[in-house]
Design a protein around this ligand. Structure first.
Ligand code: HEC
Ligand code: HEC
Ligand code: HEC
Ligand code: HEC
Ligand code: HEC
Ligand code: HEC
Ligand code: HEC
Ligand code: HEC
Ligand code: HEC
Ligand code: HEC
Length: 484
């Protein structure tokens, strides 16, 4: 015990800045906590505490209320004293005199044997965090340091020396990221502005929280643990991840010049302290000037059709302009992978028809050889028929709803003439009788079986309603096969 006190003198000499409160001043642990507990706690507890002020711990009691420290200034103007005069407190039994002499004496936590009472008050120059930071945290990381905290705290037996982890409860204890950064469970600036008014915090919340959190190392050198080397050396290092922010990314005068923002929009170089929400037109125009026509969704997956909102996903602000699903392949916007076949309307029915060979893309569209081929991405779907569609001198046309005079659908056969609706999913257009009679009424004897090999050969199966898989390619090829 004596030994502990002897070294305490060393520590006090090193740390003490304020005088210990004189014994006439009440302390939090002595009188104040129990008094507030009895007269204030029933309304001033938890997340919904009245007026946003909590009476239930020292740090809460001395914290800020309506932007000002509850215990400052040290007279009747301190909110904690002043509030008692308000209507809300009529009938509240509390000792105004006790509070007045507590705040007048600097609102001490306790009368310390070893430390200045300011050791627990973050605003005090004697606050342990401030003392430790000034010493680059050596007293807590180096057991041989003359002020080593571990000599009395955390397991060492010194009466009254609270374990550090009583307050520092996060995994990692006093070395958790949140000990030195952030507040209320988040490990990025600012800390509680009431206790650390110098820290501005800037746009951290917007970047680190939210739907698409950025890692700290997007803007800072990588940090994996408590301070060593450049981390904690007193200089705030800003170094951008070039894959996102661009190779010429720069930071100066609290302004960011980064490819994530600087894309021709209204606020290309935002200040770090400007926390007004970014709109779609702030980084780039939405759409960019002289851009492609058509709904944004036909070429960009995460945007809505008009470019006014986004679905959170991996593509936006990932360092490259993404088209469709971002794969860079033909199927990125329509289709899948390398395959550009759309899955819309009657496309699947033509990609794999049951009763004919697959229909080539080029039967209905000019096929672009590359993304920027003329006619592609011009906002107009070109439908131009070729090949079998033109058999028997048919002149097929697309009117926006139906396809007319298409040879594949029976045009220029004796009967009937089908005009299939492109977006009709009922399957009507693929029924056996949809394109020609079964058997056709003209040029067929009524009782004749179509599966007879003397007529259409193996193409028609015995069931008379089915087609033979083996020779399916001969059906709807523009030629009426007979007797092969
Ligand atoms: C019966 C409920 C009740 C009790 C008990 C109570 N308060 Fe309040 N207190 C309120 C309400 C309601 C408000 C918010 C309205 C207001 O500010 O007048 C408030 C607000 C406050 C504020 C914030 C004032 C500001 O500047 O925004 C402080 C500080 C405060 N009370 C201190 C105390 C103290 C100290 C005690 C105990 C001595 C106490 N209160 C007991 C109901 C209570
Ligand atoms: C010589 C023993 C000793 C050493 C060394 C010591 N402390 Fe303490 N500490 C105490 C005692 C005893 C208390 C109880 C209050 C008092 O008597 O001052 C205490 C209280 C505290 C408190 C307030 C805890 C509470 O209950 O609110 C903090 C914070 C604290 N010490 C931090 C430190 C830090 C940080 C170091 C290292 C830089 C350190 N102490 C080194 C003995 C020590
Ligand atoms: C009474 C509660 C309490 C106790 C006990 C306590 N601390 Fe703290 N400590 C705090 C608070 C509050 C902060 C301010 C930062 C925060 O909000 O987390 C802080 C901050 C710190 C910091 C941050 C310093 C910086 O650079 O910003 C360190 C390091 C630290 N404490 C170490 C210790 C050590 C070591 C002990 C034990 C010897 C200890 N603390 C005991 C409450 C406490
Ligand atoms: C989008 C970029 C960006 C991201 C992401 C980011 N920071 Fe920062 N950070 C900054 C800028 C800019 C500053 C201000 C530097 C200065 O003081 O000029 C800063 C300052 C800081 C400071 C110094 C205190 C302060 O408020 O000035 C700390 C500590 C810090 N950041 C930690 C973090 C941690 C921890 C993370 C991850 C959880 C993180 N930052 C993520 C850009 C970022
Ligand atoms: C003991 C205190 C302490 C702890 C614990 C701590 N840091 Fe820091 N950190 C600092 C200080 C002080 C700065 C301010 C800039 C400087 O001095 O390097 C800082 C700065 C940073 C920065 C800004 C870049 C830089 O180095 O300037 C990042 C990012 C960061 N810390 C991340 C972390 C992460 C992640 C953790 C947890 C793994 C962590 N810190 C734990 C004290 C600490
Ligand atoms: C027909 C396809 C197409 C449509 C429709 C389209 N875009 Fe694009 N967009 C592109 C292509 C291709 C690029 C790649 C850059 C280029 O070629 O100009 C691009 C690039 C972009 C970029 C990145 C510009 C930069 O910073 O480099 C933005 C932002 C963008 N488009 C937004 C929109 C918005 C918003 C809409 C809807 C209003 C839209 N686009 C509609 C094809 C399209
Ligand atoms: C913080 C700046 C920023 C804001 C705000 C922003 N964008 Fe972008 N946007 C970009 C950047 C940078 C790109 C280019 C490359 C990328 O994705 O990294 C881009 C690309 C796009 C693209 C092209 C596809 C892509 O993801 O690459 C679309 C579409 C787009 N933005 C739409 C929007 C819409 C809609 C909004 C509003 C909800 C919006 N943007 C808000 C920075 C921004
Ligand atoms: C950026 C998204 C995107 C990519 C990637 C893309 N397309 Fe398209 N494609 C469209 C859009 C949108 C249309 C609709 C009409 C228009 O704007 O030209 C279309 C139309 C078509 C058409 C119908 C004919 C026409 O031009 O109107 C064909 C065929 C086609 N694309 C094939 C391809 C092929 C082959 C590739 C790979 C070289 C490809 N597409 C890559 C967006 C894309
Ligand atoms: C049987 C004819 C036919 C075939 C084969 C065909 N398409 Fe289409 N396609 C159409 C019609 C009709 C439309 C509707 C045009 C409109 O809305 O103006 C269309 C629309 C499109 C569109 C616009 C977006 C959409 O889904 O409506 C794209 C892109 C497209 N086709 C690409 C292709 C590609 C790529 C292939 C081949 C891999 C293909 N199409 C095969 C007839 C066909
Ligand atoms: C999408 C339109 C369409 C449908 C549906 C259709 N056919 Fe055909 N069929 C044709 C056309 C067009 C011909 C004319 C010759 C050609 O182009 O192959 C034809 C020809 C035939 C022939 C003559 C042999 C030949 O291939 O030239 C037979 C037999 C036949 N169809 C049977 C059927 C049967 C059985 C079904 C139902 C399983 C059926 N068809 C459904 C369009 C169709």
């Amino acid at each position: 015990m004596r030994k502990a006190l002897a070294s305490a003198i060393v520590l006090a000499a090193a740390c003490a800045v304020e005088r210990a409160p004189d014994s006439s001043v009440p302390t939090w642990r002595g009188e104040v906590a129990s008094s507030l507990d009895a007269s204030c706690a029933k309304c001033h507890t938890g997340a919904l505490a009245a007026g946003g002020w909590r009476a239930t711990s020292y740090l809460d009691a001395i914290g800020c209320v309506s932007g000002a420290a509850a215990t400052q200034p040290g007279d009747e103007h301190a909110p904690i004293v002043n509030a008692l005069g308000s209507d809300a407190h009529a009938g509240v039994r509390g000792s105004r005199d006790l509070l007045l002499s507590w705040v007048g004496g600097g609102a001490p936590a306790f009368r310390g044997q070893v430390h200045d009472a300011g050791i627990v008050d973050p605003r005090s120059p004697a606050f342990h965090g401030t003392l430790l930071r000034a010493r680059k945290w050596k007293p807590m990381t180096d057991a041989n340091d003359i002020d080593a905290c571990g000599r009395c705290h955390d397991g060492a037996a010194a009466p009254g020396a609270t374990a550090c982890t009583d307050c520092h409860r996060e995994d990692g204890g006093t070395l958790a990221c949140t000990t030195c950064h952030g507040s209320a469970g988040h490990a990025y600036p600012p800390r509680d502005p009431c206790f650390f008014p110098g820290e501005r915090g800037g746009a951290h919340a917007a970047h680190v929280d939210g739907t698409k959190p950025l890692a700290c190392e997007t803007c800072h050198p990588r940090v994996d643990g408590p301070p060593t080397g450049r981390h904690g050396d007193g200089v705030i290092d800003v170094a951008f991840d070039a894959s996102l922010a661009g190779t010429s990314a720069a930071y100066g005068d609290r302004v960011c010049a980064v490819a994530c923002h600087d894309r021709g929009g209204a606020r290309p170089r935002p200040s770090w302290d400007d926390t007004t929400k970014m709109s779609c037109n702030d980084c780039h125009s939405s759409p960019p000037r002289d851009h492609y026509r058509g709904a944004c969704t036909s070429c960009h997956r995460e945007s809505d059709a008009t470019g006014t909102s986004l679905t959170p996903g991996p593509l936006h602000v990932n360092g490259k302009v993404d088209l469709g699903d971002g794969s860079g392949k033909c199927g990125a916007c329509h289709g899948r992978g390398d395959d550009p076949w759309p899955t819309t309307a009657s496309h699947p029915a033509h990609e794999l028809p049951g009763g004919a060979a697959p229909v080539a893309c080029a039967s209905c569209h000019p096929v672009p050889s590359s993304l920027k081929s003329p006619g592609h991405l011009d906002g107009v779907v070109q439908v131009i028929f070729t090949g079998n569609a033109l058999a028997r001198d048919a002149r097929p046309a697309w009117n926006g709803t139906t396809c007319t005079d298409v040879a594949c659908h029976g045009a220029r056969l004796p009967e009937p003439v089908a005009s299939p609706a492109w977006r009709d999913a009922s399957g009507a257009a693929k029924a056996c009788g949809a394109c020609h009679g079964l058997p056709p009424t003209i040029a067929h004897a009524a009782a004749q079986d179509c599966e007879r090999s003397i007529c259409h050969g193996a193409e028609v199966s015995r069931s008379s309603s089915g087609l033979s898989i083996a020779t399916i390619g001969l059906h709807i090829d523009g030629i009426i096969e007979t007797n092969h």
